[in-house]
Structure formats: structure tokens, C-alpha cells
Design a protein around this ligand. Sequence first.
Ligand code: ASP
Ligand code: MG
Length: 417
Amino acid sequence: MSGAARHEPRALIVQKYGGTSVGSIERIQEVARRVANAAAESRVIVVVSAMSGETDRLLGLARALSPEPIARETDVVIASGEQVTAALLSIALAERGVAAQSFLGHQIRIRTDSAYGRARIQSIDGERLHRVLDEGKVAVVAGFQGVDAEDSITTLGRGGSDTTAVAIAAAADADACEIYTDVEGVYTADPRVCPGAQKLERISFDEMLELASLGAKVLQIRSVELAKRYGVRVHVRSSFNQCEGTCVVPEETSMEEVTVAGVACDRDQAKIKLSRVPDRPGLAAKLFSPIARAGIVVDMIIQNVGEDGTTDMTFTVPKLEVKRALDLVRATGREVGAGAVESAGDIAKVSIVGLGMRSHAGVAAQIFEALAREGINIQMISTSEIKVSVVIDAKYAELAVRVLHDALVNPAGEARV
Ligand code: ASP
Ligand code: MG
């Protein structure tokens, strides 16, 4: 570049490397090579996950001692995985002649609330990072962890290093936030299930939020919420090659031209049905308030039209919460004199997401036709402005994803790629 450009402050980039990207000593050396290249051009903050499998191993140790280990101490145990990688990467960088310094969450004051295991970031001291960068060093931050008002270590929930990276990019006012992982980006469907799936060049925050919550596990959902709130453009890409990945960005007008961005599948929900609920005001509140108070997130709800003064209520909750939810539903059912309670875990929720659905009519009808052609029965339906979801029998999940992808994403060759 010209002489003038040399006096511009160097760009600041945040790079986050996930567990498989730092899963072995060789991988850490490879990441050091990549970081060194980036550091030759820009100021760099790196955020790292624990080595792959490490968080599960650490959780296993705590659970070997107690079926429900104390939440505060569990966080101290599982936060240690990221501590190891941050320091190992700093050592590997030094071996390449790149000055680097590791930071744990508390050392850059990543303040969180005290919800151990799923804490939310409240603030970060970007100044501390800038001081290290000004010394010409790479800052290597342990992802997934923070510290609460009592200075206890907290963790941000599984996949939380993504959120650390986005929060740091926002706090330090970075020019770019790159999330390095073991897939090449965000696809129009899971490529393992759907051979026709294509990598998206761009996707909006809102579409990504829907896809992230629907089981496309590329980014932790909170990281996308934060990115949207602070306008952080996130580039998801592979650490195993040089390919361009997918940019998660604010909405652009041209995005509406493409009706469907992707098809996602969520197998982690279970269905609960309470029959013969008296059909009168206040009953839904009676049923769902205790579930909400228990912190159980209800997803789809269907209430059938009552005929004889009663109605059926069917809804979905995360599979992991189904036992607790059933206890609450049974108690309410007895109290209000409702009928039987049933549950089923062998369901899948398949969803079609796209900003263009706002302006393109008939997407829902196309979905139902495509499923009907394969004889797949739809158990529940829900829609939002940019999404249609159907609950079907789990054994047809993969078929449904392929069929819907072929019917809605591929035909016009209009995927946003
Ligand atoms: N190591 C943590 C996990 O496995 C956080 C992360 O990798 O993002 O969930
Ligand atoms: Mg991850």
C-alpha cells in the first residue's frame, strides 16, 4: 500500500478458534501460524476454546463426584480448559517470534451475572486489551469465562467462546470478528444430511438467530444476539483451509430477494399434550405460568378449538426438561380437572427460514405440498415473519430436510451464495 496508508492505525481483528481448531499440539501450532500471519498486518486479539473434548472431560470429573455438582465449583473446574489453551497458544506464538500474552476472563474484567453455567456478560474492560495491543503484542483471551460481582469465576454456557469473541469485538471496537471452526461456514442445510446444501456467502442476524435456535449449531445463539445488538459483523470460516466462509451481517435490502436462506432441523424438543382442558379464560395462564417460573422454555403451542367446553393443549419443550414440565402439567391438570397428559420425544422440528418470506406469499403452502408428496404427516405448525416450522415424526426428519431443501432452496438456484 502507499506511504499514506502506512500511517493509518492498523486494523484490529478478533479471531476465535473453536475446540477442534486447537484440539492438539499440532493444531495449536497451525493456529499460531495463522495468528502470526494476521499479526503481521493487523492488531490481533485471539479468543480460544478448550481443546476439543476437554470441557466434557472436566464436566465428567465433577459429575463423577456428585450427580449435581455445586454450580459455582463446576464453573471453576470447566473454565480451566480455556486457561490451558490460551497459555499454550501464547507459548506457540512466542516460538514463532510473535509476542503474545494470555488473559483469563477476570484479568480483562469480563463481568457477568452470577448465573453459573449460563452467565451473561455485562461489561468488559477494553482498555486493558488496548494497552497490550499498544505494546505490539497479540492478546490471547480464554473464552467461555468471566467473573461475577463477588469475583467468582463464571462460565457462559456451552459454545460460549463465540459470545466472548463477539463481546470483545464490540468492547474493543474491532474492525472484524472471525470465528474459526471445523466447518466452512453456514449452509442452506446440514451438508451431512442434504447433499445439495450450499454455503451461504451472507446471512442476516435475524436469519442466523432463527437458524442458531433451530439446531444449526454453528454459533452460540447469544453471540448472534450480541452481534446484532452491537452491529458486529461476524465471519464464520474454517481453520482447516483458506476458504471464505459466511458473513453474518445486518440486513441488506437485496436479501429479501431470496425467499429461503436455509432449512434447519431440531431434534431436541419433546411434545406434551394435555387433553380436555376446560375452555375458559385464564386456563392457559394457569398451565404455562408454573412452567415459565421453572425456567423451562416452551416453544410451539397449539390449542384446538373446543367443542364440548373443553380443549386440547399441545406444546413443545426441550427434551432435557420434559420430566420437570410433565410434573407441572400433571399438577395443573389435576387442579383444573383436565384429562390425560401424554408426551412424545420422537419428534423433530424442521424449519424454513428466510427474510424473503415477508414479501413472498405461498411459502407455507409449498412446504405442506412438498411434505404431502412424501406422505410425511405434520403434527404441529408454527409461523413467524421469517420462519415456518413443522413438527413431524423424528424418523422422517432427514427426508423432510432434503425434500424441503430441494423444493424451496434449490429449484430456482436462488440460494444466497
Ligand atoms: N469449551 C466450551 C464448550 O465446550 C466453550 C466453547 O468451546 O465455546 O462448550
Ligand atoms: Mg462452538
